[in-house]
Design a protein around this ligand. Structure first.
Ligand SMILES: O=C(O)[C@H](O)[C@@H](O)[C@H](O)[C@H](O)COP(=O)(O)O
Length: 258
């Protein structure tokens, strides 16, 4: 494992090895937080991540994780109907969440009706309201500065252009600090309408695990090199920190220019 400034990273030979490590990391934190607090708050993103999480559906994890204590959120979501193939909720439900015993009430999707209507602004406002209610119910704590919610573990992915969540290079959402959840209607990665946690919320998590596997794009390894060697802040993923640990899991291809 390597470490620089606030960032730790591992490079894996294959996606499969990355996936095994991701399951181990997640299961370890699940056990730790369930023991300490009686619950575990996990934030998912879309993309390849759900596929890589599938090792959690195998032994020894499937039967040993206390799924009933999980509370699941999305760091970003595409504003479309739940049954739309673009929906991150659908991706996670079909590929992962429906196969484990997480109570439905602990799965916090965006508002179904505004999502189907494509109303990104309302979806963002309602998702923030949902988080604020969970703070009142003591399910979500606030981080030490009292301004933002503090999730236990966030599982993130990075796009080849260096975006994370739906914070894209050259778009103003990266600068939003007065909200917990914001929206975008012209996302360069389709679909265009999305909601996203703001950067201070993302960075308030206790643990952030960023997983990046490259599918033979030239841009992805360049972005990784730009972040790790030059800390290029024009790339949103360069800003990633966490309260306890910021871990990057890279496959060999993504790390090829390091
Ligand atoms: O909804 C989304 O589009 C995602 O949450 C997005 O932020 C994703 O995590 C990255 O784009 C990486 O995606 P890939 O794993 O597909 O490269």
């Amino acid at each position: 494992m390597a470490e620089a400034r606030h960032r730790k990273w591992h490079v894996f030979q294959t996606k499969d090895e990355l996936s095994v490590a991701m399951a181990k990391y997640t299961a370890h934190l699940s056990a730790k937080f369930c023991k300490e607090k009686g619950l575990f708050t996990v934030v998912l993103s879309g993309g390849g991540l759900i596929d890589w999480l599938c090792k959690l559906l195998e032994p020894p994890y499937k039967d040993s994780i206390e799924w009933s204590k999980w509370h699941v959120f999305w760091v970003d979501e595409r504003v479309c109907a739940y049954e739309d193939p673009d929906s991150n909720y659908k991706l996670a439900m079909d590929g992962f969440l429906s196969k484990v015993g997480i109570p439905n009430k602990n799965i916090y999707a965006i508002d179904k009706h505004y999502a189907a209507d494509g109303n990104a602004e309302h979806c963002a406002a309602l998702y923030e309201e949902c988080l604020r209610n969970l703070v009142k119910q003591n399910i979500l704590p606030l981080c030490p500065n009292g301004k933002y919610p503090q999730f236990d573990l966030q599982l993130l992915g990075m796009g080849p252009d260096g975006h994370m969540a739906s914070l894209f290079p050259g778009h103003p959402q990266i600068n939003v600090k007065d909200k917990w959840v914001t929206h975008i209607t012209d996302s360069p990665k389709l679909p265009p309408r999305r909601i996203t946690f703001t950067l201070p919320v993302i960075n308030s998590a206790s643990y952030n695990l960023m997983a990046v596997c490259d599918d033979h794009t030239e841009q992805c390894p360049r972005s990784i090199a730009d972040i790790f060697k030059h800390n290029n802040l024009a790339l949103p993923a360069s800003h990633l920190t966490a309260h306890v640990e910021t871990m990057w899991y890279l496959d060999k291809a993504a790390a090829s220019l390091l």
